[in-house]
Design a protein around this ligand. Sequence first.
Ligand code: NAD
Ligand code: UGA
Length: 462
Amino acid sequence: MIKNICCIGAGYVGGPTMAVIAQKCPNIKVTVVDLNEDRIDAWNSSNLENLPIYEPGLDRVVEEARGRNLFFSTEVDKAIDEAEMIFISVNTPTKTYGVGKGMAADLKYIELCARQIARVAKSDKIVVEKSTLPVRTAQAIKDILDHTGNGVNFQILSNPEFLAEGTAIDDLFAPDRVLIGGDITESGQKAINQLVDIYANWVSKDRILTTNVWSSELSKLTANAFLAQRVSSINAMSELCEKTGADVNEVAKAIGMDSRIGSKFLKASVGFGGSCFQKDILNLVYIAKSYGLNEVADYWEQVIIMNDHQKRRFAKNMISTLYNTVSGKKIAFLGWAFKKDTNDTRESAAIYVADDLISEQAMVSVFDPKVDETQILFDLNYLETRSDIENKKYIKIEKDPYSTVENSHAIAILTEWDEFKTYDWKRIYDSMLKPAFVFDGRNLLDKKELEEIGFVYQAIGS
Ligand code: NAD
Ligand code: UGA
């Protein structure tokens, strides 16, 4: 029985995942470590509103377990030394340099963790890949760990995480499945069983799937590719709907009722965002290419090409509808996060739409209930389209939705926050320049209601 777990990486995955393990397994000590001191301080904050991640229900889980058997710390060596099982949950971003730049996953943080574990470990450890990794990464980790020369035995497991942001706690409490891959050897199976026993504290055994390591690693990339593909598929149809008088919501409903297709993940939008879909598909494309599987690579790359197109055409349509110029016009953004119920903005469509509009000299005002000014400016600067000072001239971050939209020519809905539906849209209309446009990138609002007020309303795919 495992009594002591360490998790390296206190991010969107490491934090919530370990908080739930700690809450569900009071007899296991769980220490989450990170190099980022500010992040750890935020996890330890006595005011639960200051946790580094906004996720519905996370505060209650942390409140229950923190200080009891859940600890956040920067003492990485100590936590590794004490743990019998070490989860690696560090970031695996797309490489920004060298071979595979813009496609391959950057595994430097993973390798650093493996080397640190190799250096520190004095007793046998089970090392669990929680990060999303290219298939066969376990071999590289094993190579590093097997050369410590200090007689310590390591087992490497793959246990990819399938939670979605905004619903992380619900997803962790009741996962569709938990996937664990490990060696087929006797010691490999023993390690698998030890991890199964942890999850079995709250997940029924028939939902805990065990496979070989490579299947587990590749299943994670495959799941994200399939999910993103559905969004790109419905978004492709949304453009055709706009040309033909079909309504993408009706099409989605009609096809979703076919039980072979299923109704979930068919919501047309301004394009998918988030830290993983694009990164993981690019990685998949890179892996396929590295095996010479060019048709496989091209097939999946289309999912990204379609998504880029969807983001770009949203901005283009705004510009052409606003009489082919947005120069000097105030455009109000409702939402900046890549989806509702999260403060995460990585790869959010809003960033790209704002960038395109600013290139046309629009004055963009943004309101998002959970994203702050520093983050929004960081996201825009990260694209390196123009200088920080230039960006600041064109973007204004507001704290109140009504002042955000006041005197604007148009509103763009970029995130599907529920609260946007409850706003006083008559008041908003009255405060805007006329004609008052709404470009609903999330098909969130009621077209009929808005048109009755007087808005020119445009949704995706109708
Ligand atoms: P993140 O950037 O939020 O967190 C990663 C953390 O790891 C950072 O706080 C960073 O400081 C820390 N870190 C990096 N190197 C370190 C080291 N050597 N020692 C200690 N700490 C170190 O990333 P995330 O969103 O939590 O994603 C982590 C992994 O999980 C990625 O591989 C991602 O693809 C995968 N994943 C993410 C999600 C999601 O919803 N965000 C879901 C499933 C899987
Ligand atoms: C996604 C997967 O759903 C998780 O299973 C996976 O663990 C995670 O990636 C990961 O590996 O990081 P996440 O990105 O947090 O989770 O959120 P999703 O709900 O998948 O949404 C991703 C993007 O697609 C969002 O921008 C969302 O608005 C968009 N989307 C989603 C649509 O435009 N339409 C849909 O029907 C569904």
